[in-house]
Write a protein that binds this ligand. Sequence first.
Ligand SMILES: Nc1nc(O)c(N)c(N[C@@H]2O[C@H](COP(=O)(O)O)[C@@H](O)[C@H]2O)n1
Length: 206
Amino acid sequence: MSVSTREYRASEVAGFRRTNEAHGGFSNMAGGWPIVVEGIPVRSTEAYYQAMRFPHLPEIQEKILAETSPMIAKRKAYEFLDRSRKDWHDVNVAVMRHALRLKLSQNRARFLELFEGAAGRPIVEISTRDPFWGAKPQSDGTLVGCNVLGRLLMELRATLEADPEAWRDGVEAPTFPNATLLGRAVGFTPAPDRVPETHAQHQMDI
Ligand SMILES: Nc1nc(O)c(N)c(N[C@@H]2O[C@H](COP(=O)(O)O)[C@@H](O)[C@H]2O)n1
């Protein structure tokens, strides 16, 4: 994805700013969208994304994953920002893409409802502070920014429109290097109803 600036008409988008408003489930800050990666329960895509800054520091990943709120998980990661992997800005969009696929695959019915609620409209994270992941409201009624999170969500939607079975069985291994969570290399992640019996038992033991 080329990270270029986009302009949207605010009145025409499925925009999300707060998690408790319409389309708020698209936000990584929304609670109640857990995932499991390599048998490790992760409370939010935000926690997974932020943890992936530190594949070389599992003790920091552990602290991030221990936080119960996505926002606090981000704040915890920011305490160690200067120890982020050196290639973070080369891989962070790929990390987010992987996180969103996991969120969809493991919360499929509810995620499809979110897409239904946004049907036919551009999906935009509205942010007054962050024109990279979102787009900023302007006085002329437009939203301007790279909207990378919204565009990744639209990419997911387009793939599902072309192939409704996409990620039904699970999510392919990440394309970015050093995809390691608590010392476990992240590989193919099966959807919850496709987890082999032995793995399911392991997840319950954690
Ligand atoms: N601090 C903050 N508050 C919010 O309400 C937000 N929606 C965000 N943005 C989200 O933060 C993630 C990106 O983190 P980095 O800036 O790359 O560390 C991503 O989920 C954005 O949607 N931030």
